[in-house]
Design a protein around this ligand. Structure first.
Ligand code: IPE
Ligand code: IPE
Ligand code: MG
Length: 232
């Protein structure tokens, strides 16, 4: 049991929240918070690799985030594009394998091209698996999976459903970390998080440091996971 408790989470989900509040506290526009948040992603990726995590899923833009002001959405698109253009070579060099989760058809075409290239270029990389959730919602993901499965015209089992999700082939989430104090999942990877440990930290995403991230992993390691069974 000690082994299990101290184990490194294989798959971590990040609900990167609090960019806007962080910026507001500094009297800056929300887009400034998103920019700082984007910088922190690099640190999260590096630290995840150092911790020995296998896969990281980042919630970058939800299916509900379309409700935000046009200018904020525009600023986010620019940042996503900038991220893929400026980081791709480094991520590739670091053996990171990128997977996009979400319907890219709703974004400007250029975004689709960049994300396709990111996935294609890094497809054979064997290091950290980095999933980026863009225009992602768990319910939309399940609907997409069901529509793909329905064509088979026969009943399906749990494994087939899980395999029709964006995370096909990856382990379930062991840990979901949400920054900025909110304690909810906001439509993030609901099926993959069925038995995930949830860790909420008050620091906003732009303020997340390697130390705080390590604290979240330590918190996870203190938990006893039972998966419905009993422990002695
Ligand atoms: C998270 O920060 C980034 C996205 C949702 C894109 P928020 O923008 O939600 O920041 P708060 O929650 O308003 O502070
Ligand atoms: C969740 O954060 C979405 C992302 C982190 C991309 P939100 O800020 O959109 O969630 P709510 O509205 O507080 O639930
Ligand atoms: Mg928020």
């Amino acid at each position: 049991m000690t082994e299990e408790k101290k184990s490194v989470p294989r798959h971590i989900g990040f609900i990167m929240d609090g960019n806007g509040r962080w910026a507001k506290a500094k009297n800056r526009p929300r887009s400034y918070g998103h920019k700082k948040g984007a910088d922190v992603i690099e640190e999260v990726v590096d630290a995840s690799f150092d911790h020995g995590v296998e896969a990281v899923s980042l919630y970058a833009f939800s299916t509900e985030n379309w409700k935000r002001p046009k200018e904020e959405i525009g600023a986010l698109f620019d940042l996503f594009l900038e991220y893929f253009i400026s980081e791709l070579d480094d991520l590739d060099k670091n053996n990171v394998c990128i997977r996009i989760m979400g319907d890219m058809s709703a974004f400007p075409e250029k975004m689709g091209r960049e994300t396709d290239e990111a996935m294609y270029k890094t497809r054979n990389n064997t290091g950290l698996k980095l999933n980026i959730a863009l225009n992602y919602g768990s319910r939309a993901e399940v609907v997409r999976a069901c529509n793909a499965l329905i064509e088979r015209g026969k009943p399906i089992d749990e494994a087939e459903l899980m395999n029709a999700l964006y995370t096909a082939g990856l382990p379930d989430l062991d840990l979901v970390i949400r920054t900025a104090g909110e304690q909810r999942l906001s439509n993030f990877m609901l099926l993959q998080a069925a038995y995930a440990e949830l860790v909420f930290t008050d620091v906003t995403f732009p303020e997340l440091t390697d130390e705080r991230y390590a604290d979240c992993i330590r918190e996870y390691q203190r938990r006893t996971r039972r998966f419905g069974a009993v422990t002695e």
